[in-house]
Design a binder for this molecule. Structure first.
Ligand code: FES
Ligand code: FES
Length: 155
């Protein structure tokens, strides 16, 4: 059975029309609401490429039913700013982006980390991005980007 329902995404009210209630938030964001920033890779909660904030909590959008987010405030990578946040600038400045497929999810995870603690330890950093898989960078430039964002080096 299909239903129409509302979601609050990036500070805007959106209508999801005549949709199957079994659709994931990731599917609805990408295929129904035109927000492709959250990437679709594993659809099993393993890669972190689909990370979004749901009421301020970092979640994998592929593992959450969109209909279960009806009363939540959802923020996607598009809602952070068009490349303008310190974390986004640090990823660019430090060369932490290669194919870029993992980048939105990593930006969300690092943003979450730095919102929770302004001076994360190496262990906290590694734990924070342990759910985000990157097959290109070897993570060295990603760690450098986090340190740059943390120290306010990103301009
Ligand atoms: S696509 Fe959601 S965790 Fe991989
Ligand atoms: S930059 Fe390609 S997967 Fe991370």
């Amino acid at each position: 059975m299909n239903e129409t329902y509302g979601l609050r995404i990036n500070g805007r009210d959106e209508q999801v029309r005549e949709a199957w209630l079994g659709e994931s938030l990731l599917y609805v964001l990408r295929e129904r609401l035109g927000l492709p920033g959250s990437k679709n890779a594993c659809e099993q909660g393993e890669c972190g490429s689909c990370s979004v904030f749901c009421d301020g909590v970092l979640v994998n959008a592929c593992c959450l039913l969109a209909a279960d987010a009806v009363d939540a405030e959802v923020t996607t990578v598009e809602g952070l700013g068009a490349g303008s946040t310190p974390v986004q600038r640090a990823f660019l400045d430090e060369g932490a982006v290669q194919c870029g497929f993992c980048t939105p999810g990593l930006v969300m995870a690092v943003t979450d980390l730095l919102q929770r603690t302004s001076d994360p330890s190496e262990t906290e950093l590694r734990e924070a991005i342990s759910g985000n898989l990157c097959r290109c960078t070897g993570y060295g430039r990603i760690f450098a980007a986090v340190r740059a964002a943390q120290q306010g080096d990103a301009q």
